[in-house]
Design a protein around this ligand. Structure first.
Ligand SMILES: *Cc1c(COP(=O)(O)O)cnc(C)c1O
Length: 459
């Protein structure tokens, strides 16, 4: 077949207007937000790549499902539909609905993690790390060394470092490692996938020490697609078959349905251990809701159930992964340093490489994110020292994060190719004037997840 553009495998059925604030309005909006893009009014954003979480467009079948939502408090029809598809994909026996992924994390860790424990993960997502640390435990990131090198182009940079995992268990003792987690794809590590072989190797270590393995499964479908594309021997399998094998290697998973659930809200915890599930349900009732709705309305359960039925479609996944790579290839071809290869849901600009003149404690990635907004109304998010660095106990410069990235996350089924072309133009324009960018000073911060509310002043 001749080369053809991989098109969006859908047509637009309903649209939302985008405001086009001018440069002066954007400058004023930045000042009011304390140079924190989380503080912007969404009307002031032209292309919003802050997150792919809950920001995607739902299909007409999902909207139709919402009309069918059964709002019964107990035993809702919508719950059984939701439970059945989650069981079909994960093959896990216990399904606990939650309002978001972090609620599943908090409930699971409240039951399984104690003070002084150590939880290994390839790279903890910010809420996952915060929920582990809130229990008084240590969240340890054990991604393979190449996963920390933005420039290396390798197929599975999200893999767990198996030797480091074993060394951690030996060092702290099996009894202080209540579970091992693997995040697929590795969001905070550049949206990089984890291979099936690596999951098998992690499983073998967990078996050896009798430690449960949980997937942070938010982007399981994108990860399955990468396995199909990149891992020898899987090219003829369907994404659904690959996803089932990924889940079969785990004892449980936490899931944010705002990612590969293709929904605007929702999540779940699924697992095989009846006794742990019973304790999780007790906590669920305390803070989320009755076990057949968790933190969701009946119509949300329908939206997620239908989303899960759509997300493993090959046409969707081919378009999804290709359209993300398109942005990455375009800016990289213009010489902008990015995490290579492009991730599944996002492109990560490497601010450390682009802005070597701004030290980590002056937040180079935050400065780049602010400039992308100032230049073209594009909102990305800092994943660097603001998000993962630590204030120094003696008031000196922050302890820096390993990488200084700006993530441009692509909402699912939401923007067209011309929107993405515009984003590439803004990125390339800002990068061409990189040496004129200056750092920022943090003037306000909260004790947890400071990136959401911190305020800055330009230096
Ligand atoms: C989004 C996300 C979470 C948390 O899910 P929420 O629905 O935002 O609470 C956890 N882990 C990963 C990898 C995520 O991307």
């Amino acid at each position: 077949m001749p080369y053809r553009t991989i098109i969006e495998p859908f047509r637009i059925h309903s649209v939302q207007a985008i405001d086009l604030p001018d440069a002066e309005e954007r400058e004023e909006a930045l000042r009011q937000a304390g140079f924190n893009l989380f503080g912007l009014h969404a009307d002031h954003v032209i292309i919003d790549l802050l997150t792919d979480s809950g920001t995607g467009a739902m299909s007409s079948e999902q909207w139709a499902g919402m009309m069918r939502g059964d709002e019964s408090y107990a035993g809702s029809r919508s719950f059984y539909r939701f439970e059945s598809i989650v069981k079909d994909i994960t093959q896990m026996t216990q399904v606990i609905p939650t309002h978001q992924g972090r609620a599943a994390e908090r409930i699971l860790f409240s039951v399984m993690v104690d003070e002084g424990d150590v939880v290994p993960n390839n790279t903890h997502f910010d809420t996952t790390r915060a929920n582990v640390e809130y229990r008084g435990a240590e969240a340890r990131d054990l991604v393979v060394p190449e996963g920390r090198d933005p420039a290396i182009d390798l197929p599975f940079k999200g893999n767990m470092d198996i030797d480091a995992l074993r060394a951690t268990i030996e060092e702290v003792g099996r009894d202080r490692v209540p579970l091992v987690m693997v995040t697929v794809t590795n969001n905070s590590g550049g949206g990089q996938p984890v291979s099936l072989q690596n999951l098998r190797d992690v499983r073998a270590v967990c078996d050896e020490y009798e430690i449960p393995l949980f997937l942070d499964a938010c982007r399981f479908a994108e990860n399955a697609w990468f396995i199909k594309l990149r891992e020898p021997g899987h090219e003829h399998r369907t994404p659904a078959e690959i996803a089932r094998e990924m889940f079969s290697l785990a004892d449980g998973c936490t899931m944010s349905a705002k990612k590969d659930g293709l929904a605007n809200i929702g999540g779940f915890l699924a697992l095989n251990d009846d006794e742990i599930a019973a304790r999780c349900r007790n906590l669920l009732i305390l803070t989320e809701g009755f076990p057949t709705y968790g933190g969701m309305a009946g119509y949300d359960l329908e939206a997620v159930a239908q989303g899960l039925a759509e997300v493993l479609d090959e046409n969707y996944l081919r378009y999804r992964i290709r359209s993300t790579a398109y942005l990455g290839e375009k800016v990289a071809a213009a010489g902008v340093p990015i995490v290579q290869p492009p991730g599944g849901h996002a492109i990560y600009l490497d601010a450390k490489a682009l802005l070597p003149h701004i030290p980590p404690h002056e937040y180079p990635a935050q400065s780049l994110a602010v400039e992308l907004y100032r230049n073209g109304g594009v909102r990305g998010v800092e994943i660097g020292t603001v998000m993962f660095g630590r204030p120094s106990p003696d008031g000196g410069p922050d302890e820096p994060a390993a990488m200084e990235l700006v993530r441009l996350a692509i909402p699912r089924r939401t923007y067209t190719q011309s929107h993405i072309d515009y984003v590439a133009e803004v990125v390339i324009d800002v990068a061409s004037r990189a040496e004129s960018l200056r750092g920022l000073r943090m003037v306000e911060q909260a004790p947890w997840l400071r990136h959401f509310t911190a305020r800055f002043e330009p230096l």
